[in-house]
Ligand binder design. Structure first.
Ligand SMILES: [Zn+2]
Length: 735
């Protein structure tokens, strides 16, 4: 049988990979492809001999063979023992055991996700369009007719089913009260009359529509495990997967510390032959939505469900392993591979390590922003920065300012080889975004944003000792060259008569009365010449306001500002309205004030609009004082930094967490809770704040506290132009 279609899903079985295809005709096709993954052992003959004897006796070994592979660091070909496995289940566990028993042997290419390893070897990738030949459920031949670097590609039409569950204690429930199912434009409300009826109704819908994707919010922690428990209780089969699999009860999640904060990761509820995407447990989805996620899965060769739950660091590592495989190079084994979650903003603040000026506080005009496009990755490519190129033996020292390291000029390193096409693709998407409008423009924006995120982590991973190719000298070389390039850019800008008022990571803010786009373009070309890094005009601001630090109000902070570009687009960093722990009503009020100010075309108009913005504040303050704001608009979200009972200082969030814990909800550091402040001064602690899931709707909120929060948000906007909190309060006190 010969047909054409997209590779939809893939996962290992005992003897090979299971591949799910969506054919052009719309068929969902399950095929198996025999596969023998291999890892490598390197060592002295007398250390390897006992290993070989042991392996020869194992039926799970498909073959042992001496092969030559490149060692990237020493740049030499080495002879290694290739250990091919007949039983795929052994691949994740056998190296661990061998490592303990043979401490003098060096193992390579271990601990790689099998679906990815398969993709590297076969040069396939998720959602690749292929011509396939198959017989009796076995893949005979595959010809990939797709390219992960193609800008335009067709995707299979996916059948998406959205699930929304509610429970008696919200997402902390172990029971479902209702289940809302949306599929092919229809929404079904399944109510918990009798559990068994809800289950039958749901499985009926699953079988009738056979969706490719289950889209949930909190499906990993709540909706899917709860359905599974229900099915077990009722003895009903639940065909969540496209093929029968034995499911064990979901594991507990884990909390871990990363980049200065605690993160809780719910164990993923992954499906076979079908995707489950949990919007509350996906790091890429927020920034790139589905097009961005699929784009990363394609270029990184990481299965979609897996990539949905992991940071783009996994994507970058995967691209490096793929490139190493193509080069015939060995892949180092890192047992503590990092798979943590990080948002774009955290990365921006954590990984800056570059030069930062504190901007002048207040309102400014005649300001333009020019941005180095993905400065750090661009540096790695332009200057060939990679673990194996820093301080190579063949090139002169001194290429890196300050540190004085050499950077190889003779051979391109692994990191630049991986980043070059990625940078190029992102720039092309950015150009397409600029050239288009509406939905098309939005799609290109999502794609470039997803790639930007991959590029961003590439720098963090270079300095991470647990990354497969992390090395601190390479990391230092990047920050050092980054500072150098910003200095060069600044010097050139000053020669053009600009004043550099602010710089952060890869953006420079320049001020000059009467500045023009043409002049800025000329400046950018000259900077590009001098730095080898692409730089472009982000825009000219009608006005921009730099805000003070919350901790030290006399100083500004690098990433707390708001402004409006000439074409009307707002740019906002670090305001309350962008923070997850801001109550929705406070965020709305701040956004309305900002929208009012944003209509100003100049600094003078801005000041003229302040009274109108103040009236907006008054309106919201009065609604809060009058107790008229719906409770759900005042709910505050908090990420727990410790176990609930470990909180000693009992602020509202800690009280709410303890109340939940006492109600039997299992909470861990890194998890989020929502709560309402009822009365900050109440005698009984439990009356001060209440978890949102336990609200009955009859509660009243703490008007004073919420008014304070509102005034603080207004102060962030207007404080820099002469309206600090004290003045706002006295203005509010006079009718
Ligand atoms: Zn060299």
């Amino acid at each position: 049988m010969k047909t054409q279609g997209w590779l939809f899903d893939l996962y290992p079985a005992k003897r090979g990979m299971v591949l799910w295809w969506i054919t052009e005709a719309g068929e969902r096709l399950r095929l198996e492809d025999p596969f023998t993954p291999a890892f490598y052992a390197e060592g002295r003959p007398r250390d390897l001999r006992p290993l070989i004897r042991e392996l020869e006796a194992k039926p799970s070994i498909a073959g042992l063979e001496w092969v030559k592979r490149w060692d990237l660091v020493s740049r030499e070909q080495v002879e290694v023992l290739q250990i091919a496995l007949a039983d795929l289940n052994q691949y994740p566990v056998l190296p661990d055991r061998l490592f303990l028993e043979h401490p003098r042997v060096l193992f390579w290419n271990c601990g790689i996700h099998l679906a990815q390893l398969y993709c590297y070897e076969r040069q396939l990738f998720p959602l690749a369009f292929c011509t396939i030949e198959h017989e009796d459920g076995i893949l005979q031949r595959v010809e990939c007719r797709d390219d992960p670097w193609a800008l335009e590609y067709a995707l299979p039409p996916l059948r998406i089913m959205e699930l929304k569950g509610t429970g008696p204690a919200g997402r902390f429930s172990r029971r479902l009260s209702t289940l809302q199912v949306t599929v092919e434009g229809e929404t079904y409300e399944l109510c918990q009359g009798r559990e068994v009826e809800l289950l039958h109704a749901f499985t009926g819908l699953l079988e009738r529509h056979d969706p490719d994707v289950l889209m949930t919010k909190d499906g990993d922690a709540f909706v899917l495990p709860t359905l599974l428990w229900l099915a077990k209780r009722q003895g009903v089969a639940l065909p969540l997967d496209r093929e029968p699999v034995l499911r064990t009860p979901p594991r507990a999640g884990r909390s871990f510390f990363t980049y200065g904060r605690v993160v809780y990761m719910t164990p993923p509820f992954l499906l076979h032959g079908r995707w489950h995407i949990d919007l509350h447990n996906s790091f890429i989805y927020h920034d790139g939505e589905l097009p961005g996620l699929l784009e990363i899965a394609r270029v990184a060769k990481v299965p979609v469900q897996r990539q949905a739950r992991l940071s783009t660091g996994v994507a970058i590592t995967s691209m490096q392993m793929d490139e190493a495989t193509r080069m015939g190079a060995l892949i180092p084994w890192k047992k503590a591979e990092v798979e943590e979650a990080k948002t774009l903003n955290e990365l921006l603040t954590v990984d800056k390590g570059g030069m930062v000026y504190l901007p002048p506080m207040g309102l400014h005009e005649h300001v333009a922003e020019i941005d180095f496009a993905s400065m750090y990755p661009a540096l790695m490519v332009a200057y060939n920065i990679s673990p194996e190129t820093v301080n190579c033996a063949c090139c002169p020292r001194g290429a890196v300012p300050e540190a004085g390291y050499s950077l190889c000029e003779r051979r391109e390193g692994l990191v630049p080889r991986v980043l070059r096409p990625l940078l190029d693709k992102r720039l092309r998407y950015k150009a397409l975004k600029k050239a288009n409008e509406g939905e098309t423009r939005r799609r290109y924006d999502l794609l470039q944003a997803a790639l930007r995120w991959c590029l961003l982590v590439s720098f963090g991973y270079l300095g991470y000792k647990n990354a497969r190719w992390g090395q601190i000298m390479a990391h230092e070389s990047v920050t050092s060259l980054g500072r150098e390039m910003l200095l060069r850019a600044r010097t050139i800008a000053e020669a053009y008569g600009f004043r550099a008022i602010h710089a952060i990571v890869d953006s420079i803010y320049l001020q000059k009365p009467g500045l023009s786009v043409a002049e800025l373009e000329a400046l950018c070309r000259e900077i590009e010449e001098a730095t080898k890094i692409p730089i472009a005009v982000e825009g000219i601001y009608r006005w921009i306001v730099f805000c003070p630090s919350r901790e030290t109000p006399a100083l500004t902070v690098p990433n707390r500002f708001y402004g409006v570009f000439q074409h009307g687009e707002q740019k906002v960093r670090g305001l309350e309205l962008r923070r997850h722990d801001t109550a929705p009503r406070i965020a709305t009020a701040q956004q309305e004030m900002l929208d009012c100010l944003a209509r100003a075309e100049s600094a003078a108009e801005f000041m003229a609009r302040v009274p109108e913005a103040l009236e907006i504040l008054r309106r919201h303050v009065e609604a809060i004082r009058g107790g008229r704001v719906p409770l759900e608009d005042l709910v505050i979200t908090r990420t727990l930094s410790k176990e609930p009972m470990q909180y000693v200082r009992e602020d509202a969030g800690a009280i709410a967490a303890k109340t939940l814990a006492r109600a039997g909800v299992e909470l861990h550091p890194g998890q989020q809770i929502d709560y309402l402040i009822l009365d900050r001064k109440a005698k009984v602690k439990g009356d001060r704040a209440r978890p949102a899931v336990l609200l009955t709707g009859d509660e009243s909120y703490d008007t004073k506290t919420y008014e304070e929060l509102l005034v603080r948000a207004a102060e962030t906007l207007l404080g820099p132009v002469g309206w600090p909190a004290g003045r706002l309060q006295s203005w509010l006190a006079t009718p």
